[in-house]
Design a protein around this ligand. Structure first.
Ligand SMILES: [Zn+2]
Ligand SMILES: [Zn+2]
Length: 134
């Protein structure tokens, strides 16, 4: 599937060829803090299938609890998170942040990771009062 997307301010734009089955949710505490949201939704693809069309990303390198280093790439103007990847390897896997993809309505997560750090209410959104058109 061909996708495209970008940041909120329009500085960053990209395109990629992806497998729409590779969408996951991560409930880890790093994802909660970095995104400011209860979890992050990510589409994994190969570095070779991703093209940055405009802008220059800013990179923050985080150290995971495991000691692994992860590059977090985001727009330096508006802060939108674009993708994360490993540090230094060749032929890397890019984890694109699904919220920045124009076709996000077609990208349904298949797996949830780090469920032991998930917020207790996220599995039951359907029971909440709803405002706005569904
Ligand atoms: Zn931006
Ligand atoms: Zn995570």
């Amino acid at each position: 599937m061909h996708i495209n997307g970008g940041c909120h301010c329009g500085n960053i734009s990209y395109q990629a060829d992806v497998d729409s089955n590779n969408v996951v949710i991560c409930h880890c505490t790093d994802c909660q803090i970095i995104s400011g949201a209860p979890y992050r939704t990510t589409l994994y693809t190969s570095e070779n299938d991703f093209t940055l069309n405009s802008g220059t990303l800013k990179t923050y390198i985080k150290t995971a609890e495991s000691g692994n280093l992860r590059e977090q790439n985001f727009c330096p103007e508006c802060g939108s998170q674009i993708y994360a990847t490993s540090v230094g390897d060749t032929n890397r896997s890019f984890g694109i942040r699904v919220g920045t993809i124009n076709q996000r309505d077609q990208l349904i997560p298949k797996t949830q990771y780090f469920c032991d750090s998930a917020q207790s209410w996220v599995q039951d959104l359907s029971s909440m009062k709803k405002i706005g058109k569904e």
